[in-house]
Design a protein around this ligand. Structure first.
Ligand code: AHG
Ligand code: MN
Ligand code: MN
Length: 333
């Protein structure tokens, strides 16, 4: 692996193919790479330091913040602010967007789920960080506005995640396919390990919190029944796999093929996952890898016009044909 191309080299090579590029995105990725390394360190020694458990706060969505949520949020913001290419940040852990006034000439805004799956942290199970990058709509030189962040996902310039799993990986897209890089902690570098990731067209894994099944719409339950049927020809029953970290569940399904579902429930009619911090970046990656992501039948996630920062949405993402099959069940009502 030491002879493989590094993340830094890969980004520079891609930039060379676009002579009009200013290098701003390259700097932005440097920020994310630094934050990923810091978080890798914090997460891997989590049992040793004083970083496990709940912090004192509750975020704007009423969720108890874990100490690592707070640390991850701070580290990402610091890393992004330090390089002058990000003019504003919106984070799942912040009430409203942050203006980086010293970077007011910059072109990009970044949206973050700094720590995804944080309930898994205390039990040593994989977690992640998710990022999403847009070109601002307001003119550079002026303060950022809410409209800079409230853009449909199809406008994303880049998106990706870091997964802190059995190894740490950074997976991202700039709209030209998806590439995955594995971190070598002894060298402190990410190496290209998963070039041009493609999601299998059909998958035999379904990932959903079945404990809430009685609250799901009937179409979802009919689809799940179908997944559990015996049928040798189509390889059913499918396997159920649910980690409870979107990043980890999606990463597995990206490689092996499958579908992740977070339906609306009677108690959460909008679903639980956040459109801007979780669903849009994961949907962008899924589509770039040949997969599909919808909020309901025919409702492409990337086409949703967001109305507010912390907006939630039902979320179905995965192998293209498996998602299309689910959509047919949903359309039947
Ligand atoms: P976060 O830790 O950023 O709040 O996200 C947790 C999300 C997602 O990662 C995961 O798939 C889902 O919540 C799990 O929810 P349930 O516990 O309701 O299944
Ligand atoms: Mn999350
Ligand atoms: Mn989170």
């Amino acid at each position: 692996m030491e002879t493989a191309i590094t993340l830094g080299e890969f980004i520079v090579k891609n930039q060379a193919a676009h002579p009009e590029a200013t290098g701003a995105l390259t700097s932005l990725f440097s920020s994310i790479r630094v934050a990923a390394k810091v978080l890798h360190r914090e997460i891997n020694r989590a049992g040793l330091g004083d970083v496990l458990g709940a912090a004192d706060g509750v975020n704007v969505q009423g969720e108890v913040q874990q100490k690592l949520d707070v640390i991850a949020n701070r580290k990402f913001i610091q890393a992004l602010a330090a390089r002058g290419v990000t003019c504003g940040i919106a984070s799942e852990e912040e009430d409203s967007h942050i203006t980086l006034d010293e970077n007011r000439d910059a072109h990009y805004v970044v949206l973050l789920d700094p720590l995804d799956g944080s309930s898994n942290i205390d039990v040593n199970v994989s977690v992640g960080s998710i990022f999403s990058v847009y070109r601002r709509r307001s003119p550079p030189g002026s303060p950022v506005t809410p409209e800079d962040f409230l853009q449909p996902g199809r406008e994303q310039v880049a998106a990706g995640y870091v997964i802190y799993g059995s190894s740490t990986m950074l997976v991202y897209t700039t709209g030209q396919g998806v590439n995955g890089f594995t971190y070598d902690p002894t060298l402190g570098m990410f190496f290209l390990s998963h070039p041009d990731m493609r999601m299998p067209e059909e998958g035999a894994i379904y990932s959903v919190n079945e404990g809430y099944a009685r609250r799901f719409p009937p179409g979802v339950n009919r689809f799940l029944d179908w997944c559990r049927e015996e049928d040798e020809a189509s390889g059913r029953p499918y396997s159920a796999r649910y980690i409870g970290s979107l990043v980890s569940d999606f990463h597995r399904n990206l490689i092996k093929g499958g579908i992740y579902l977070y339906p609306p429930t009677k108690t959460h009619p909008e679903g639980k996952l956040r459109l801007l911090y979780e669903c849009n970046p994961i949907a962008f990656l899924a589509e770039q890898a040949g997969g599909r992501a919808v909020a309901g039948p025919g409702q492409r996630i990337l086409d949703i016009e967001p109305g507010k920062l912390h907006q939630r949405t039902p979320f179905y993402v995965g192998s293209r044909r498996t998602v299309e099959r689910l959509e047919r069940f949903l359309a039947e009502g």
